[in-house]
Design a binder for this molecule. Sequence first.
Ligand SMILES: Nc1nc2c(c(=O)[nH]1)N[C@H]1C(S)=C(S)[C@@H](COP(=O)(O)OP(=O)(O)OC[C@H]3O[C@@H](n4cnc5c(=O)[nH]c(N)nc54)[C@H](O)[C@@H]3O)O[C@H]1N2
Ligand SMILES: Nc1nc2c(c(=O)[nH]1)N[C@H]1C(S)=C(S)[C@@H](COP(=O)(O)OP(=O)(O)OC[C@H]3O[C@@H](n4cnc5c(=O)[nH]c(N)nc54)[C@H](O)[C@@H]3O)O[C@H]1N2
Ligand code: SF4
Ligand SMILES: [Mo]
Length: 894
Amino acid sequence: MNAHVQAPAPTVVKTTCPYCGVGCGVLATPDGFGGAGIAGDTEHPANFGRLCSKGSALGETLSLDSRLLHPSVDGVRASWESALGTVAGGLRKVAEQHGPDAIAFYLSGQLLTEDYYVANKLAKGFLGTPHVDTNSRLCMSSAVAAHRRAFGSDTVPGCYEDLDEADVIVLVGSNTAWCHPILFRRMVDARAKRGTKLVVIDPRRTQTGEEADLFLGLKPGTDTTLFSGLLVHLASAGALDYRFVLDHTTGFEGALERARSIAPDIAATAAATGLPEADVGAFFALFTRTKRVVTAFSQGVNQSAQGTDKGNAIINCHLATGRIGKTGAGPFSLTGQPNAMGGREVGGLANMLAAHMHFAPEEVDRVRRFWSAPNIITGEGMKAVALFEAVERGKIKALWVMGTNPVVSMPRADAIREAIKGLDLYVVSEAVADSDTACATGRKTILLPAQAWGEKDGTVTNSERRISRQRSFLKSPGEARADWAIISDVAKRLGHGEAFAYPNAAAIFREHASLSAFENNGTRDFDIGAVSDISDAAYAGAKPLQWPLTKRGASKDGKQRLFADGQFFTFDKRARFVAVQPPALAQAVSEDFPFVLNTGRVRDHWHTMTRTGKSQRLSAHRDVPFVEIHPDDAAAMGVTHGGLATVSTAHGAAVLEIMVTDGMRRGDLFAAFHWSGATASEGRVGALARGIPDPVSGQPELKATPAAIAPAVYRSRGFLLTRDQRSLPAGWWWARATILGGSGLHFATQESSREVALMLRGMFQGLEIAEYADHARGRYRFAAYDGDRLVACLALAPGEAKPGWESEKAYFAADDLEPSARRALLSGRAETASAGPTVCACHGVGLDVIAATIAAGAHSVEAVGVACKAGTNCGSCIPEIRKLLPQALARDAA
Ligand SMILES: Nc1nc2c(c(=O)[nH]1)N[C@H]1C(S)=C(S)[C@@H](COP(=O)(O)OP(=O)(O)OC[C@H]3O[C@@H](n4cnc5c(=O)[nH]c(N)nc54)[C@H](O)[C@@H]3O)O[C@H]1N2
Ligand SMILES: Nc1nc2c(c(=O)[nH]1)N[C@H]1C(S)=C(S)[C@@H](COP(=O)(O)OP(=O)(O)OC[C@H]3O[C@@H](n4cnc5c(=O)[nH]c(N)nc54)[C@H](O)[C@@H]3O)O[C@H]1N2
Ligand code: SF4
Ligand SMILES: [Mo]
């Protein structure tokens, strides 16, 4: 294994978690050998010292295997000089031959604000192409559009403290327990402290839904109906804030009339959403009588072909009751990525220019003057889906991808990979060498090694508008450089040296802050003018800051809440009610594709797994690509729990392991999109999604694609554990996971046990080998030793009898094996001693152990924690333990 170059004496560095938009403060203590101890920062106002399973395991993701360490041109290692020359020359040529708008940038909410700012400035002011979009289009753009329609600006009105202070928290399309775990902990704490009620609205009963006081498992896509029904109910119950509506809003009558036509009463709402009338009634009554309500929403709202309307249907209810910008009340868009907000601040989306400015002629002129930009763009560019369609059609000739993996995460991902082949110039700034996007090729392909978390230095903004520093605590490995430095060097080669002569990230931050305040005078929400002259030293030591942070403003700490005064950023300062469209699924199911495929996330993996995939702890919770299905549907389709199925849509297919659960609705399927070509042979769920864009925001629908499911029959299934990562031919392996002490491959193959035995003996020649074979029954076990050390281990069984690997993983983690353990490995008896699949990632406690602990008398989450440590560190697994309790107790009683 490579290691980072030894760093100077270890000191604690305050930084920010690179995963979700909660933006937790992290204390990193470099160990001097390229690793670091990780702890929560007790002083950070997002987490007060807590970290979830992903944050706690950050130390396991710092190794350099799979890192991209040198630039390359068409697969051949190149110097920075020649790689950057090729990029600049290629961009110039495309601009000359086809015009600058044949160039596109696809950026990421995981770039730092400084990187994002420089990329946006180069493209929109100097190259002169409007086609700059970002993965935030797939993530937040419907929330942005809903905010702008309602408030005249992309403003998140509230703050995290509102979650501590609310009496009701409504979670819409958000698996908060898994995707914003530290905020979820705050919500659960609020429940303990003040009796806060949690309402969860999601077609799936997720872990978040399991914890809810009221769970509404609505039909996919019907949120607009539910919140229209709520608006009608609030009006007829006399629960409106007439003063606020009259003085500070417009459009109420139209919105209410439309809502009445969509959902006239509780019965109609229940019928259209598929919910029991009593539940709808209970939700409406709770919302009506509670002043302190926060409605937090994420991808079940945004990633929808009617995402913007869903957002506005929610905001309408808060405007109508005046519950906005007040302690414990407001609509709250939970942002996904660590810097989703920073990207919006710099203008990284194709329909923004910069610093929350758009394309009014005076805004264009203002930004042009501020940048002294020779080629300022004057209108919107193409949004992600249209942008990649333009790549497919050959309209875009040059594409530069930074900090995102669209060959996995874009809808119709297989088509995207194909389309890239036609690009004249394909540039990828990446931290890893083996992402599907880094492995795709255009006619000319340049890979540029970027600094990763722990190396890079700059700022990110979290969901509550709080700007925190990500600080470097490791030396850059190989030739990796900061994204902003790479972009600036290309700008210099294109003749724009003066405008991109940044000595450091702080200088970029100052320019960005100055632009936010430039000719602002309170007309734009995003203003951090107070820090536009921050010194390098102050930037280095900066504490988290919440915006707005104006020069004129009295408070040095920014403002926690906006809009309580009823002053919005529209021309008449009034908020807008929006008359929303009645919902409809973007695509109807058909005989060929009778299911609705919903996609999303799991607790311990982050997106395309380029980082969390390196952690054995995080890989143990869900270790294979899977699809969830209702028991009745499973029976009807002939698929069984633990078996494999092919899930297909009009756009692609994937082979996934079946998880039968009554948390699913009939007719729906759910798959996580984390697995890529690097981690699964046929598990690219992104290839299945159709991604029809919302007409307002352009955000693609990723939660509802018509799909089919059928059993996938394999002759053999099994696994191979090895010390180094091994490559096997396609058709042999199916999925890969990091395990303690090595790497695990799952097999799903049409090969017989005999053929597998032959192949393995070839692979591990020269080692001591022990085997057990019963080829007549398709069973085979194999272990290879280097002295006493187990270096490889395989189990193979007929396709319908997948062997579990938990106890083999435990043997593999141990360094030397006793003879009895060696025998157990070969006999397969080890399986019975298994701890079961991991539930608690921090302490590596399995399901079977927790079940046994409960059976032995631990009858509460706390008691389980005392007995086996599960749930006692980050707490991300507490909802799962809580779910196991009644099940285990019921079994016990039976
Ligand atoms: N563990 C983990 N955490 C993450 C991430 C990760 O990759 N892993 N990624 C981060 C990012 S970038 C993001 S954007 C967030 C996303 O965070 P979430 O939005 O919480 O996550 P998702 O799983 O994408 O989707 C949320 C829920 O929407 C539901 N849903 C689907 N259709 C509908 C519908 O029509 N109506 C309603 N009401 N709900 C629906 C799904 O069933 C799903 O449970 O998570 C962030 N945090
Ligand atoms: N089907 C389906 N598809 C989805 C979603 C879904 O719910 N369902 N969710 C969507 C959402 S909300 C999101 S946010 C996207 C996320 O999708 P992506 O952005 O594609 O996912 P990541 O794996 O986070 O990709 C980030 C990449 O940047 C690299 N990287 C890390 N740090 C740096 C750095 O400092 N500089 C550079 N240059 N590179 C770096 C990583 O190695 C990684 O390859 O997926 C979207 N796609
Ligand atoms: S909740 Fe977890 S993933 Fe999100 S920022 Fe905090 S530690 Fe990181
Ligand atoms: Mo996201």
